[in-house]
Every structure is written in C-alpha cells, then in structure tokens.
Design a protein around this ligand. Structure first.
Ligand code: GZL
Length: 308
C-alpha cells in the first residue's frame, strides 16, 4: 500500500517556530548575565522564538510576565524563580490555559508537582556540602575557636537556603567552629562589600573563614577585607560558589581559596526540554547540570577556560 511505516508516536516539529516565554529573575550577578546569554543564544541557534522578560529580582514582576505569556498563548513557559515560595496561583493559571511550564535554575516549593513539567537546575545542597568539606580540610590544623562569617544570597531563594544547609550539615558536630556573623547580601557585589564591612567592624580578626553563597558577594567582601587591612585568602579563608572568571582570577591570586562550580550555561538544556515537550515526549522531573570545584592549584589552567 506504499504507506511508510514512519515512527508516528513523535510529532514532527511544528512548521511555525516554537514560542517560549521566559521569565528571568534579574541581572544581579555575573552568573545571571551568563545564564541569560546562554538561554538567548540557545534559542536563536534552535530557531525558537524567545519572549524574554527580566523581573529585576521582583517576584511580582515574574507573575506579571507569566500572565502576559499566557495571554499571548505562547507554546511553553520557563521561569527562573527568584524565591521558592508563592508559585501555586500563577502556575495554576498556566495549567488552566494548557501551557506547559519548565522551572529553570532555582527550584520552587509547590505541593502539586504536576504544575510544572521539569526542573532544570543545580543541586545547591551538594554545593554547600562541597564548601563544608573543603572548610573542614582547610582548617584541620587551625586552633579553635574558628569564627565563621557567612554572606547568604537572596532570602527565600533555593540556592541560598540549600547552600547554607549543606554547609552547616557538613560541619555540625565540630565544636571548634562558631558562626559569628551570617546575613543576606542578595548575591550582589555591593551588598557583599557593605555587609562584610559591617561584619569586620563588629568582629574584626575573630573572623577566620568566610563562606559566600556566590562569587559576586565574595568579590565585594575581598575589597572590604583589604580596606580593613587584612589579607583575603590568608588571614580569612574564603569559599565561594559559581565559578566566574573574576572569581577564578582571585583564586589564582590566592585571595579566594575554593570556588564551587555552579553552571549557568543552562540554555541548551532549556531549549531541548521545550522542544521535546512540543514533540510530545515525556521528560524527567529533574535535570541536574554537571559541575565540580576549583582549587587554587587548578586556577591558572581553568581561568582561561571560563566563558563568563
Ligand atoms: C544559582 C543561581 C544563583 C547564583 C548567583 O543557580 O540561582 O543566583 O549562584 C545568582 O550568582 O545570582
């Protein structure tokens, strides 16, 4: 009968381009800028029409962006959620409109996981554990009490909550350590510098270790530490997360002692997931990008590989 036995269970890509509405949470850090560029680049390469909205760290603006994507009847919605709570109502509106949702970068706290197709993002708890393990190694020969300062990211965001928990869970039970100072600094250079200035004013040389939840805050803290007259990476052990070029340059200079990688290049994963949803494929509920750690010894080689 001449009918080909074509594989009929996967729809061919629609002739018109896929329209993806993406609510990006902000532009607070080098990581975020790299993440945005990765997503825009991957969409362009795949011929996906990207509607991009930057919420400048406002969850309310993210809700408005998602609502506008629903009104425009986009094919898929993707969200990088600034904080993990409060997402049920808007996700129910997307579900009612029959538009699939992908969560990208940070995770959300919802009872009904059918409200999104998949979450593509790092294991922040594991990143915190990596920081804790390094901290234990690095301070093994230090006499206690070892004062810790912590620059937390955005309050209520999953990376900040999970990195802090992974770090604490790894070092608890070691009585030498004491958290002297811990505060939110929104993942930005400026807030990191300002907060570290305050920590030093209050605690000075008692601070032996700084755990910064991202590179931008660590870079700000380095300036505050040098202004104060101490040597970052020497007088204060500094651990950071992300793996940006600027942080690896500080690592090579010995001003940061460990950078835990958090990969921002999620664009290809996100575009692939959106395409597969439109093709009617089923996706895993969770997609975790590969990532490692950078030590001082690795810095020289690695700093030249950084794309962001
Ligand atoms: C982590 C990401 C965090 C980065 C920060 O996936 O959400 O937000 O660690 C960024 O640099 O601001």
């Amino acid at each position: 009968d001449g009918i080909s036995d074509r594989d009929t269970d996967v729809d061919p890509l629609p002739s018109s381009p896929i329209v993806l509405g993406f609510s990006q949470l902000g532009s607070e850090s080098d990581w975020r800028v790299a993440n945005t560029e990765s997503i825009k680049g991957a969409a362009q390469e795949a011929g996906v029409e990207l509607k991009f909205e930057n919420a400048e760290s406002s969850q309310q603006k993210q809700f408005e962006a998602v609502r506008s994507f629903i009104q425009q009847k986009v094919d898929v919605i993707a969200i990088a959620p600034v904080i993990q709570s409060g997402w049920e109502p808007i996700l129910k509106e997307a579900k009612a409109a029959g538009i699939p949702v992908i969560i990208s970068d940070r995770s959300i706290d919802v009872q009904d996981s059918s409200l999104y197709v998949t979450f593509i993002g790092a294991d922040f708890y594991e990143e915190g554990r990596k920081a804790g393990k390094y901290f234990l190694d690095k301070t093994r020969d230090m006499a206690g009490p070892i004062g810790i300062a912590e620059l937390k990211g955005t309050e209520g965001s999953s990376p900040s909550i999970e990195r802090g928990k992974g770090f604490r869970d790894t070092i608890e039970g070691h009585s030498d350590f004491v958290f002297l100072e811990s505060d939110f600094a929104d993942f930005t250079f400026e807030k990191g510098k300002e907060t570290m200035r305050r920590f030093l004013k209050e605690r000075g040389k008692e601070i032996k270790v700084l755990f910064a939840h991202n590179d931008d805050m660590a870079l700000g803290a380095i300036e505050a530490i040098e202004e104060y007259g101490l040597k970052p990476g020497k007088d204060i052990v500094i651990i950071s997360v992300d793996g940006t070029r600027k942080a690896l340059e500080m690592l090579a200079l010995g001003k940061i002692n460990l950078v835990v990688e958090c990969n921002p290049l999620l664009g290809p994963n996100l575009i692939q997931a959106a395409t597969e949803i439109i093709q009617g494929r089923t996706l895993p509920k969770r997609i975790v990008p590969a990532e490692s750690v950078f030590t001082e010894q690795m810095a020289e080689r690695e700093v030249h590989n950084r794309k962001y």
